[in-house]
Write a protein that binds this ligand. Structure first.
Ligand SMILES: Nc1nc2c(ncn2[C@@H]2O[C@H](COP(=O)(O)OP(=O)(O)O)[C@@H](O)[C@H]2O)c(=O)[nH]1
Ligand SMILES: [Mg+2]
Length: 321
C-alpha cells in the first residue's frame, strides 16, 4: 500500500524487490540459556519474554508478532531443550517440541564458543532436525568471543545440517541482528497476515505480570528455589485504570512454592526478600501497563506441585496451557 506521507524508513523497505506477502510461525529453539528469550525481545523491540542468567527461565511458548509491509513473522519463544525426567521439566521440553512441530520454520540458537559440539547440543539439534522445517542457525553471544573464533565455528556447524542461513549475532547488544528477519521471512508460506496489524502477542496482560514476578524470583533467589516457584495472578483490577492522572491497576498475585522452607526463603527476614521481589516486579509492570500498579504478593505452599499433573494444573501449567 503506497501512502503519500511515507517516511524514509518505509521508502527503504519498499525499495527491496517486491515479492509475494508471506506470513507464518517461526519457532525459536535451542538449549537452555542460549539467549532465545533475549532474541525474541530484541527482534520485537519490546520486552515480552522474561530473561534471567538461570537456565529454564521460560516455561511455555510465547508468541511475539512482527508485522512488516512484506511479511508477518509470528515468533514463538520456547523453553530450552534439555534432558528431563517427568514433571514440570518434561512438560517444558514437550511444549518446545510441540511448538516446533506447529511452526513453519525455526531458528536454532547456539552460543558462540568452542567449535566442539557437546552431546546435549547435538541431541537438541537432532530433535530439531527431526521436525524437518526450514532451519536457520543463529550463533548468539558473539560479543563474548573474538571475531577470528567465529569462522571455525561457522565452518564446523555448516557440516551439521543444511541450514537456510547461518547468522552470528548478539541478541544482547543487537549486533548483526539486522537482516535476520528478512532471512527467516523468505522461508514462510505465501499468504495474508495471520494477526491484525496491532497485535504483538497473545499473552494476556495478567499473565505477563505473573511472569514479571517470576522473573524477579529467578533473578533474586539462588539455587533451586526458583524452580519450585510459580506465580498466579489472582486478581487484576483495572477499574481505576483510566481514572486519575495516570490510572492504577491493582494486582494480587500468589507465589506458589513446594515446601515451608522455601516459603521462608521467598519471604526473607522480616519480609525483606518478598518486598524486594515485589518492588522490582512492580516497576516492570508499570512500564508494561503504562500506569501505576499496586501489587500485593502472597506466598503459598502447594506441596510438590512440579511433580504431579494436578499440582502443575494448579500452578497454571496444565497440559494444554
Ligand atoms: N553476553 C551475552 N549474553 C546474552 C546474550 N543473549 C542472552 N544473553 C544472556 O544469557 C542469559 C540467558 O538468556 P535468556 O534469553 O533467558 O536465554 P534462554 O534460556 O535461551 O531464553 C541471560 O543472562 C542473558 O542476558 C548475548 O548476545 N550476549
Ligand atoms: Mg527463555
Amino acid at each position: 500500500m503506497i501512502q503519500d506521507d511515507e517516511t524514509q524508513d518505509e521508502v527503504e523497505v519498499r525499495a527491496k524487490p517486491a515479492g509475494p506477502h508471506r506470513a507464518g510461525f517461526v519457532a525459536i529453539i535451542g538449549r537452555p540459556n542460549v539467549g532465545k528469550s533475549t532474541l525474541l525481545n530484541r527482534l520485537l523491540g519490546q520486552k515480552l519474554a522474561i530473561v534471567s542468567p538461570k537456565p529454564q527461565t521460560t516455561r511455555g511458548r510465547i508468541l511475539g508478532v512482527i508485522t512488516r509491509p512484506e511479511a508477518q513473522l509470528c515468533l514463538l519463544d520456547t523453553p530450552g531443550l534439555h534432558e528431563a525426567k517427568g514433571g514440570l521439566n518434561a512438560r517444558m521440553v514437550e511444549s518446545a517440541l510441540d511448538t516446533l512441530n506447529d511452526a513453519d520454520a525455526a531458528m536454532f540458537l547456539i552460543e558462540a564458543g568452542s567449535p566442539a559440539i557437546d552431546t546435549q547440543t547435538k541431541k537438541a539439534l537432532d530433535q530439531v532436525k527431526a521436525a524437518r522445517k526450514p532451519l536457520l542457525l543463529v550463533i548468539n553471544k558473539i560479543d563474548t568471543v573474538k571475531k577470528q573464533e567465529l569462522l571455525p565455528l561457522i565452518e564446523r556447524w555448516r557440516h551439521e545440517h543444511e541450514f537456510t542461513d547461518i547468522y552470528p549475532l548478539s541478541a544482547l547488544t543487537g549486533d548483526n541482528v539486522e537482516g535476520l528477519l528478512d532471512a527467516v521471512a523468505a522461508h514462510l508460506p505465501e499468504g495474508p497476515s495471520l494477526f491484525g496489524d496491532e497485535v504483538w502477542t497473545d499473552v494476556p496482560e495478567r499473565a505477563l505480570c505473573a511472569e514479571l514476578v517470576r522473573e524477579q524470583i529467578m533473578r533474586q533467589l539462588s539455587q533451586e528455589v526458583p524452580y519450585s516457584c510459580a506465580v498466579i495472578v489472582e486478581d487484576f483490577d483495572e477499574s481505576e485504570r483510566e481514572t486519575g492522572r495516570r490510572g492504577l491497576v491493582r494486582i494480587h498475585a500468589q507465589v506458589l512454592v513446594e515446601r515451608d522452607s522455601q516459603k521462608s526463603i521467598v519471604i526473607g527476614k522480616g519480609g525483606a526478600q518478598l518486598k524486594e521481589i515485589g518492588t522490582l516486579a512492580r516497576k516492570e509492570m508499570e512500564r508494561l501497563l503504562g500506569c501505576k500498579v499496586f501489587l500485593q504478593l502472597h506466598v503459598r505452599v502447594e506441596p510438590e506441585w512440579t511433580r504431579s499433573e494436578k499440582g502443575m494444573r494448579r500452578a497454571g501449567y496444565g497440559e494444554h496451557e
